[in-house]
Design a protein around this ligand. Structure first.
Ligand SMILES: Nc1ncnc2c1ncn2[C@@H]1O[C@H](COP(=O)(O)OP(=O)(O)OP(=O)(O)O)[C@@H](O)[C@H]1O
Ligand SMILES: O=C(O)c1ccc[n+]([C@@H]2O[C@H](COP(=O)([O-])O)[C@@H](O)[C@H]2O)c1
Length: 220
């Protein structure tokens, strides 16, 4: 599995010894950050092909409504709390000073300008890849960056033997690599609904995040 990640990175960065850091960018609303996000990021850190994974908190996804979206400062604060104990995971507020909604191509251009020696790769859940063709300049992103996909609906094995692959042609693109990892049926919307319904969210988010949400009375 890690070979596939390694091959794709290698096609962008032939000589790791001489290159700057390789950073996996994990873009998201993180409303709020949950253990699915953490397991996913850790999966890519574990491949040892990425020096770091940055959680880029988007103030506003161009395709999502603002309803129930917490202020970005709180979402960022919770990301920081959740990844505090892992030196390879970082939180980024780079989109806070960019125009809203947050178009990924613009953030990538800005990041490349700020860190010219770094190679950036994108990390996303398979659901995001399904709507990727609607993103601004998605073809340019696809041409310039490796994209790693974490399964969300189908495992790699299911995709290989079912008609499901046809649903997502982009999975066949040479710059797109899906990893073999367990499915996690957890989402931020499930957590927001659970809080609204006065259910416990223990274990679905880290303890510092649970306390933060509780103390601030968020999503009730
Ligand atoms: N359980 C999961 N499995 C795989 N990918 C996930 C999972 N949860 C989130 N992601 C991915 O994390 C990134 C950020 O997602 P986001 O912050 O929107 O979380 P979400 O749980 O999908 O939120 P919501 O339920 O509010 O839509 C996206 O690329 C998404 O595909
Ligand atoms: O650039 C685009 O056109 C675009 C369209 C939809 C989503 N995105 C980004 O995709 C990321 C994932 O969003 P979300 O809300 O599913 O966590 C987030 O950073 C969005 O800004 C980007």
């Amino acid at each position: 599995m890690s070979d596939l990640v390694s091959d794709l990175i290698h096609s962008f960065v032939p000589d790791r010894e001489k290159s700057g850091k390789v950073i996996g960018l994990f873009f998201g609303s993180f409303n709020p950050i949950h253990i699915g996000h953490l397991i996913l990021a850790n999966h890519f850190v574990n491949t040892n092909e990425l020096d770091e994974v940055w959680f880029v908190v988007s103030p506003q996804n161009p395709h999502k409504s603002k309803a129930s979206l917490l202020d970005e400062k709180h979402r960022l604060a919770m990301v920081k709390e959740a990844i505090d104990d892992n030196l390879k995971l970082k939180a980024s507020d780079i989109e806070f000073d960019l125009p809203i909604p947050s178009y990924t191509i613009d953030t990538l251009a800005y990041l490349k300008e700020k860190h010219p020696t770094y190679q950036f790769a994108l990390i996303m859940g398979e659901d995001n890849l399904r709507s990727f063709h609607k993103w601004k300049n998605f073809d340019v992103i696809l041409e310039k960056y490796p994209i790693f996909i974490y399964p969300r609906v189908y495992t790699v094995q299911e995709l290989a033997k079912t008609e499901a692959l046809k649903e997502n042609e982009l999975l066949k693109h040479p710059h797109v690599q899906m990893v073999d990892a367990p499915l996690m049926k957890i989402s931020s919307s499930f957590i927001r609904r659970a809080i609204q319904n006065k259910k416990s969210i223990q274990y679905l988010v880290t303890e510092p995040v649970r306390k933060y949400l509780d103390e601030m009375n968020f999503y009730r």
